[in-house]
Design a protein around this ligand. Structure first.
Ligand SMILES: Cc1cc2nc3c(=O)[nH]c(=O)nc-3n(C[C@H](O)[C@H](O)[C@H](O)COP(=O)(O)OP(=O)(O)OC[C@H]3O[C@@H](n4cnc5c(N)ncnc54)[C@H](O)[C@@H]3O)c2cc1C
Length: 419
């Protein structure tokens, strides 16, 4: 019998993980990426496998963003501009920023987190992925009592969902991470977390998928998903060429809208821009950070990645713009100077911005598109795309194979929840 042909559109971390699991299951997989593999949000993120981390629809987030509306240096930025799709999204997002919906989102993401961590461990070992994967947890460090209260509440929530984080004093944190300043009041340790170089992870997963028979086409933009009535039949490339397939999976991150319009729906995804600055610590006798930690009040990650350290974070809703805003970039390191020593002498190695695909309830959209045979989506992973990529790939494999029993309840991730 001929193998079922699956076309995956988008070669970010979600696309390559889908390609891997589908190829492993025996499907004939073609992944099409318009640029290079990992050229979207997936290459420059903080590299944290932040399992159990709380979703974006935290109660109070909208109020905080409104208070900071005119502060270009706040961790969350929503510049005032005319954008009806953003206004609609923010309205929906606001409706999910309440304790009940936050709990629902946390429960879903937590159970995905347990499953994805097991897959990460297995993938790194079985495929010998050279991506600097370190399974040594991560820390969150606070300068203020307010910050500590937020962390305590996250810790309580994570414990309820089966994780083992614990609070730590400032002294204890400085013992494990000597670069931290004496102003750090305390924080928490999240032992289940891991760190890797996200770009190397994407490239290694693409290589592993190819070894299993997946074909990866780069430099080709998909301009249309083809259908005959309700049956998906393939895709069209920007060259006009058609590729036939029985199934199409959109893993196009923040760039998904143009491909779904023809089918009369828009994915509820807004780009949440974030930045990174990679640095090398140079000062005399200066120690580089050894541990991955989040600077709580600043919402910036510090992630050591071999011979450089990445400062990554902040979120701004400025549409599909990749423009590097100097002030926001500076914020990644200027805010960090309050937390750690040595940055004043650090050399900047690279600067980057990426668009996180964000849904209003913080839960990704993963699964079939209702009303069409062979049409699937996997996007909207917001701040947790790297973290949830392996479990997303596994779920997509199970959905497309038509497994009776899915490894996790995927109803919570259905795009139909927004219709
Ligand atoms: C500053 C920052 C820090 C972050 N830190 C973390 C972290 O520590 N841990 C974590 O888990 N997550 C983190 N994230 C989030 C994570 O990076 C994203 O959730 C994830 O990369 C999304 O992956 P994706 O594959 O859906 O999208 P992308 O990586 O954007 O991939 C989509 C791909 O589709 C391609 N594409 C789009 N349209 C087409 C088309 N028509 N034809 C062909 N190809 C197309 C694009 O070129 C792109 O390569 C962070 C994000 C940012 C911005």
């Amino acid at each position: 019998m001929a193998k079922q042909r699956v076309i995956i559109v988008g070669g970010g971390v979600i696309g390559v993980c889908c390609a891997y699991f589908l190829a492993k299951r025996g499907f004939q997989v073609t992944l099409v990426e318009r640029n290079k593999v990992g050229s979207g949000a997936s290459s420059g993120n903080a590299g944290s496998v932040a399992v159990g981390h709380t979703p974006i629809n935290k109660p109070g987030r909208i109020g905080h963003a409104l208070r900071e509306l005119f502060n270009p240096r706040s961790a969350v930025r929503i510049p005032i501009r005319w954008d009806p799709s953003l206004a609609k999204w923010l309205w929906k997002y606001r409706s999910f920023c309440n304790p009940e919906d936050f709990e629902t989102s946390s429960r879903t993401l937590s159970s995905l987190g347990h499953a994805t961590l097991a897959l990460f461990d297995a993938l790194v070992e079985e495929e010998d992925l050279q991506c600097g994967y370190r399974r040594d947890g991560f820390f969150e460090v606070c300068l203020t009592n307010n910050g500590l209260e937020h962390v305590k509440s996250d810790v309580r929530s994570m414990i309820r969902h089966g994780y083992r984080p614990h609070m730590m004093s400032g002294e204890k944190l400085r013992e494990v991470e000597p670069v931290l300043k004496k102003e750090i009041l305390g924080g928490a340790y999240f032992p289940e977390g891991a760190t890797c170089d996200p770009h190397r992870f994407v490239l290694e997963m693409a290589k592993a998928a190819e070894k299993l028979g997946a074909r990866i086409l780069v430099g080709h933009k998909v301009t249309e998903v083809l259908n005959r009535d309700t049956q998906i039949t393939g895709i069209r490339l920007d060259t006009g060429e058609k590729i036939e397939g029985d199934t199409v999976v959109l893993t196009t991150g923040s760039y998904s809208q143009s491909l779904t319009e023809k089918f009369g729906f828009r994915l509820p995804v807004q780009p949440g821009k974030g930045y990174h600055r990679d640095v090398k610590f140079l000062g005399q006798g200066a120690a580089s950070p050894r541990q991955t930690f989040v600077m709580s009040e600043a919402s910036v990650f510090c992630s050591p990645m071999g011979d450089f350290t990445r400062f990554a974070g902040t979120i701004e809703f400025t549409g599909m713009s990749h423009e590097l805003n100097r002030e926001r970039l500076d914020y990644t390191t200027s805010s960090a100077e309050k937390y750690l020593h040595g940055l004043e002498d650090a050399e900047i190695l690279s600067e980057w911005a990426g668009l996180r695909p964000c849904t209003p309830d913080g839960i990704p959209c993963v699964g079939p598109v209702p009303g069409y045979l062979g049409f699937f989506v996997a996007t909207g992973h917001a701040t947790l795309g790297l973290t949830l990529a392996p479990i997303t790939g596994k779920i997509m494999e199970q959905c497309i194979a038509g497994d009776g029993r899915l490894s996790l309840e995927i109803e919570a991730m259905s795009i139909a929840r927004f219709w």
